[in-house]
Design a binder for this molecule. Structure first.
Ligand code: FPP
Length: 250
């Protein structure tokens, strides 16, 4: 039954489209290694990585995923050599500039999480423009994690909770897991059911620390520039065949 439907839907894996996760988060790793293996500069890897973003946003949208969070720049990535940071910021700025109309046309809502006010002003301007332009779109939410760190996000939530406690807006007895979630930058999106990391590393690297409590993890050796729509389908297939128990019994 599913197989037949999938042939019509251009699916090469036996995915149940009625059970697509609402939120997928991706750690896009391996741009540098992809470039190195081709004797190219690291920047070429990041550039190729942007092409992959295009393909994956389209496919995720086609498959009915509601939220796609991409880890594009972490709070730790500033430690990279300045030319590489500059390249990443330039690519971000170009991506926002070149893609915004296409994203809007495709009903994509673009949002960002992270300490975006610390990004170069050109990126902030383009990000604000893209967020404003696409804010009412009802299609996939492309959520870019930019200058994002899970610990920083939790720390900022602590500060805001304490401020609201001090001003009498909340009481200690109000604090539960739902309230904490409301102080995180991911407050308006559900926790990811699936986290994908490319390029073989099996770690979280400070990504969505609170939100991944019950996420399924999928690791692949494929470098991000080689990740593609079929690989996304494969990750979904693996996810759909996992047994999610949330600490309980089945
Ligand atoms: C990891 O590869 C990738 C990144 C740190 C950044 C991802 C950025 C992009 C795909 C392009 C810019 C983003 C946007 C949103 C336009 P790595 O450099 O850590 O690879 P390595 O581990 O092989 O060195």
């Amino acid at each position: 039954m599913i197989l037949e439907a999938n042939m019509n839907n251009n699916l090469i894996y036996d995915i149940d489209l009625s059970k697509i996760p609402k939120h997928i988060a991706i750690i896009m790793d391996g741009n540098g290694r992809w470039a190195k293996s081709r004797f190219l500069p690291r920047a070429a890897g990041h550039k190729a990585g942007v092409e992959t973003i295009r393909e994956i946003v389209k496919e995720a949208s086609r498959l009915g995923i509601k939220h796609l969070t991409l880890y594009a720049f972490s709070t730790e990535n500033w430690k990279r050599p300045k030319p590489e940071v500059d390249t990443l910021m330039k690519l971000l700025s170009m991506y926002l500039q070149n893609e915004v109309n296409e994203l809007h046309k495709n009903n994509v809502k673009l949002t960002a999480i992270g300490i975006t006010k610390e990004l170069p002003s050109i990126c902030i301007e383009k990000l604000n423009y893209a967020e404003e332009l696409t804010k009412n779109n009802a299609g996939i939410n492309l959520n870019l994690a930019l200058n994002y760190g899970g610990r920083a996000d939790i720390k900022n939530a602590f500060i805001d909770i304490l401020k609201d406690y001090k001003s009498g807006k909340i009481d200690i007895n109000d604090i539960d897991e739902g309230i904490i979630k409301n102080y995180l930058s991911t407050k308006s999106i559900p926790d990811p059911e699936l986290v994908i990391r490319t390029s073989g590393e099996q770690r979280l690297s400070n990504f969505l620390l609170w939100e991944v409590a019950y996420s399924e993890f999928y690791y692949t050796d494929i470098h991000w520039p080689d990740f593609n729509k079929e690989e996304l389908q494969k990750a979904l297939f693996v996810y759909q065949n996992r047994d999610r128990r949330f600490g309980g019994l089945k």
